[in-house]
Ligand binder design. Sequence first.
Ligand SMILES: [Zn+2]
Ligand SMILES: [Zn+2]
Length: 302
Amino acid sequence: MFAVTILGNNSAIPTPDRHPTAQVITYNDQLILVDCGEGTQMQLTRYKVRRSRIRHILISHLHGDHYFGLIGLINSLSLLGRTDPLSVYGPPELEEIIQLQLRSAATVLKFDLQFHALLPERTGLLFSEKDMEVHCFPTRHRIPCYGFSFSMQRRKRRLIPEQARVYDIPAAFFSRLQEGADYQRKDGTLVKNDWVTLPPPKGKRYVYCADSIYDEGLIPHIQGADLVYHEATYLHDLAQRAADRYHSTSVQAATLALKAEAKRLLIGHFSSKYTELEPFLEESLPVFPHTELALEGVSYLV
Ligand SMILES: [Zn+2]
Ligand SMILES: [Zn+2]
């Protein structure tokens, strides 16, 4: 499974039923937390996300609606007895902010917190592990801000069991076949791997664009993605306000998805001034028909 679960879909000020930005990427039973606005811990509990499974936390930028929940979460993980290391990625000042808060409370974490600074000159591959690669790229916002791209590519080939039986290949050898090995039969004849397996399934890509003014410079990063999250802080009548504050509108998010030939678009980061979200969809759909609202508690398959 490769999915993103929305924990917070609001911008700066929390409302009773919408929270500042946070979302969790699930793949192979692993979790990556992307941004951690105020209230993220409560949202993790509400939607039964197992926080002990979070291996990486990515913080896009240092506006409070994207990280004010971080120190609380780090503190709780330690209180809950975590011993596995935790990687946190964010702008360099974040390390100092975390350490100041820990030091002021004389808190010594029970786990190793590994901090990785995001820098404009060091974008590109952040980390890769089994089947998953995470890249980062800069977005255009009022302060340094980064988007993240998650590519899941299964490496194992797909076995065709009926074919394997035709050649009398023992089940114990199936995992080797999935890794691409040929099979040598007892009589010395060789069974070529591609006679009994198919290539791995096509990879999937999710791109999170964080906060950004409308910027066609993002297109190369989201080109052809299976699912793109783009902020839509305002409806389009406030396009000027959006530009002044380095944010985007519903129509701009949809335009970018269209130009980048993305397959699906999720819009979120709604301003607290709106009580209804449907108008965001009504404005986006005519531009890009595969738009969905990012709703809290909902998991979207990539
Ligand atoms: Zn924001
Ligand atoms: Zn921001």
